[in-house]
Write a protein that binds this ligand. Sequence first.
Ligand SMILES: [Zn+2]
Length: 172
Amino acid sequence: MSAAGSTRVPGVNEISTRDRERLIEAALAARENAYSSRGHPPFRVGAALLAADGRVVAGASVDCVSSGERRVRGVLRAVCAERTAMVAAVSEGMRAFRAVAIASDVPQPVSPCGLCRQVLDEFCTRELAVLLVPGDYRARVGAGDAGGGVRVLALGALLPMVDGPFSRMTQG
Ligand SMILES: [Zn+2]
């Protein structure tokens, strides 16, 4: 069995236990800042990126109603937490990343939507470690589950056969 918290998955960037904990805590903290337009049930998500230089950049989901739709259907236009974090990181000049953690309120780990997978692929290799954090992670750890139910997989597993900047370089 691997050490508690380390990520040893074939084809996935390995990150230290300390970085893993930093990343998960940053995603859980960002979740607290998630926004959902008034009158819409919130689905709070936080995400945190581990840049290649060790910096951690977090983002929260921001669900707004566009003005044209407010009177008709009230459809929410989501900026997912993963994209919030990536846009913030890129705006700070970061261009390379080793891992991302994603946490919501539900006990099942939630995975990035298609658009977020594509945006991650724009800046990350297929070995990016994607940590899917259950909403009750802290309770699980407190109950003795050292891994906290976190699922770890590679971006390449989430986005097979993608036509992105890195896959163009690495696929035949
Ligand atoms: Zn998304």
